[in-house]
Design a binder for this molecule. Structure first.
Ligand code: DX5
Ligand code: ZN
Length: 216
């Protein structure tokens, strides 16, 4: 299967979001990665369900929503209503992870579960039947433009092997510091979805940059 590219909106020109989403689609990119930060789980505050709602009618991109929030539970219905396609929560967030994943699916979204770089990937295993995707963070969440942490590729490899051995059909997404060089490392470790912000939105030719990720 071809790798899926998810462009991280955090690195786009936030004063011109509709142009940036059009540019993303024109580059042949399928997914838009929407980083929701609450200023508690991570230092920054970004955007939330109302921005997703505003963008939904103007774009056919697949909305890959990454919740970096202390308590995702009461936000889940808001993002379902706003039009998120995938909703990813962190295993390090509060609340009942299993119940939250089940609720995401019940509301018609795909369910993702993310681990920060220092969280052992084995912690997600018990939740895999409730997941459509696992997001392995390759930087500490909170900021774009950080350097890829090489040791995280091993977590992708271990998770991919576990899924193969147990016939578990989920996607593995990586997020943080992805460029043509690091894409090669995570793809060979088994990643299915590559999130890239700085590399794509900072490129002179976004389509060329996306193709370089696909061919890495
Ligand atoms: C970090 C976010 C990432 C970030 C990636 O907390 O989850 O999605 O935008 O940005 P780059 O690709 O610039 O590392
Ligand atoms: Zn993200």
């Amino acid at each position: 299967m071809d790798v899926i590219i998810s462009a991280s909106m955090l690195a786009s020109d936030l004063s011109r979001l509709s142009d940036e989403l059009a540019r993303t689609a024109l580059a042949g990119i399928e997914w838009l990665h929407i980083d929701v930060m609450d200023g508690v789980f991570v230092d920054n505050i970004t955007y939330g369900n109302n921005v997703v709602k505003a963008l939904r009618p103007i774009s056919r991109l697949y909305f890959d929503t990454h919740l970096m929030v202390a308590d995702p539970t009461r936000l889940i219905p808001l993002f379902a209503k706003a039009g998120s396609d995938m909703l990813t929560i962190h295993i390090e967030s509060g609340g009942d992870t299993a119940a939250n994943l089940a609720e995401i699916r019940r509301l018609g979204m795909s369910a993702g579960l993310s681990v920060k770089p220092d969280t052992p990937v084995e912690q997600v295993y018990e939740y895999l039947p409730l997941c459509d995707m696992v997001l392995v963070m390759t930087v500490e969440p909170g900021y774009g433009g950080q350097s890829f942490r090489t040791e995280c590729a091993e977590k992708v490899r271990v998770l991919c092997e576990f899924c193969n051995e147990n016939n578990i059909d989920i996607k593995i997404e990586v997020d943080g510091g992805i460029n043509a060089a690091t894409a090669k490392v995570v793809k060979s470790a088994g990643a299915d979805v590559l999130v890239a912000g700085t590399y794509l939105f900072g490129a002179e030719d976004m389509k060329k940059a996306a193709d370089a990720l696909r061919q890495a």
